[in-house]
Each structure stands twice: as C-alpha cells, then as structure tokens.
Design a protein around this ligand. Sequence first.
Ligand SMILES: [Zn+2]
Length: 389
Amino acid sequence: MLIIEKPVLNTRDGKTTVSVQFEMDKQKKELWYSFPNEYENFIVTEQSDAFVVGLLFLGLKTGNDIKINTPISSKLFYSLNHYIIDALCLVNDQYKKIKILPSSLSQTDFNFGNTASTGLSCGIDSLATYFDHNDEVDPYKINYFTFFNVGSHGDHGGENARSIFHERFSNVAAFAKKVNKEVITVDSNLSEILQMKFQETYNLRTISCALLFQKLFKNYYYSSGTRFDHFGFNNAEIADLDMLIIPNLSTESTSFFVSALKYSRIDRTELISQFSETYDHLDVCTHPIRNEREKINCSECYKCQRTMLTLDLLGKLDLYSSVFDVQKFRRNKKKYIGWLLSKKKKLTLDRELINYIKETSERDFQVEFFKLKYILYRKKLNIIRFISK
Ligand SMILES: [Zn+2]
C-alpha cells in the first residue's frame, strides 16, 4: 500500500512549497513542489489530485494500491478507475492494476482564475499551441505559461537537471516577456522519487504540476508531438496515447486538452514561422551541454537538424539564423537527408519529413541520389576504419 497524507503549504524566502508525506513499503518520504509565492492563493490543498497523479506511476510500477487521506476529485477518481489505469496497463505490461482509495470524493469547483495556460519550452509544439490560441477569449485564452522541472531536463532529476532547467528558463522568460505573459515555474523532487524514464512517464508528471493550480487554470493545454491520426497503443511512442490520457485527467475545476492535434510537425513549423517573436527564441535542441555554445541550438543533433531541414524546405531557415548555425547546416544538409532516408527505424515524424522532401524536391531521383551518396559515404567510412585497424 502507498499511503498519501494531507498536503501542507509552506512559505519561506519568496518561495512557496506544497508537499505531502507518503509511505510505501514501511518507508516514509516527502513529495514536494515549489513555486514563487505570488501563486500561493491558487493552490488546491483541499484535495490531493496533483499528488495521486504524480505518484500513480510509482503505484503502477510497484503494484501498491494508493490510499489517500484527503478527498480527491470525483471526476478524476472515475476516470482513473475506468480509463487511465487500464489504458496504461494495456500499453505497458509491466504495470499492475491497482486501486485508488481516497478518504472521500469531492465535486467542488475551486476555480476562480477563469483563464488558460500551457507549458512553454519554446520548442515547435509549445509555440504552435500558443499561436494556435491567439484568437481565443477567456477562459480559453492563454494568459500564463508554465515551466516545470519534472523530468524533461533529466530523467532522474538531481542538480544536473536543475541547472539545465534554469538555463532553458532564461530563453522561455525572454519569449514570455516579448508576448507579455507571465511564466509560472515549478521545481519538484518528483523525478528523484519516481526514478523512471521520462519518455514513459512525462504526461502524468506535467499534469500533476498543473493540477496544483486548479484555482487559477480553468483550461490547460498540453502540447504533444502527435496529430489525431497518430493515435495508438505503442510503448515505444507513448505520446500517441496522450489524446486519450490527458483529457481524462480533468477535474471539476480544470479541463485538460491535448492541443494542436490537427497539425503535423511541418504544419506547426509553418505556423510558428509566421510570427517574428519566435525568431530569436526557438529552442528544439536536446543536446545536454548548453553553456559553452554561442547559439541556443547545437545545430548538429537529430532534433536540430530535423527542424532546420523543415525550415529550409519552407524557405524560412534564414529567419532563424540567431538561434541556429545555418552555415553549418547547409554544409551537412545532403548528408543529413541521406541519413534520414536510409534510417532503418523511421519514426512518424521522419516519414512525414521524407514525404515533404519528396513533395518539395524538383525530382524524386534527386532525393534518391542523396540516399545513394550517403550509403556510399558510410561504406567508404567503414572501409577506412577497417583498413586503419
Ligand atoms: Zn541540437
């Protein structure tokens, strides 16, 4: 049994921390989230929705039922029991079906903020979500961005992830200032507690943080890399399940949506490239060492190259020369196309980009030529390696 105690709110040195004690296998631990104290009044401590969602993967992984010594949202409880737990167990056969045992159920709507928010990384998906909601009015208009340290800056947390979180934040804060919005930062020890791969668990981690702010967010948009037709139960690409999981984490106070589902990655790139606010802030890079380089993006990793190629095909790459090394990309472009075409395990986004290359290239044979040239190049490299052994 995993037992979660009542949430406790503490304010010190300009920071507010909300935490719970929990016990599992006779071990007592604390899960905490901290944020600037001007948001203290928007935090739900009357219910433990955020904490049960945050710790759900721990229960599923260890097979412990979760007992909560406070009420939880009646709507969330229903969804967990009827959809979420079963769906997660279906996609990952290592998880065990567990029971959620709250002290009572609540149908209270705590929301008075009547506004919307979304997580901002300044990547393609989050920027597309923002600009796709340009014309909305309250409570669907995005008035706040969130920036959470729950695993996207390092799977298992710790100081390394925390320092990347702070570095990335400076770019996010600069973009938010440009579009005149507030950013709410949340730090947490959830990663250290879960000790699970971020790729398999990111969705509930993010929603767990957003659920703390149910008094502020009437609606919260979750940017996922997928389009409607990518839906599927696939443990290798768990994002394909987000459109089922995320809306089912809604409560009486806050509704969750997976945003920009109508757009492919190429459509999203095209959308954001229409807005000059993105030119100095687009950050797609996954390369962990950031402080030694001049530009935000390394311009060499898989995500950088994919984004630069898409922008290049759209005729927009030069607009982003302050965040990418465009010269370096142009030197490597043919090699990158060759690599992409000859890749054995192609992801959905790879296939989409290949189709777009073919659509925009003058002749198909030119594309095939890149591929052939790349394969010959690899063979040559292997021969050189073999000879020099
Ligand atoms: Zn990169």
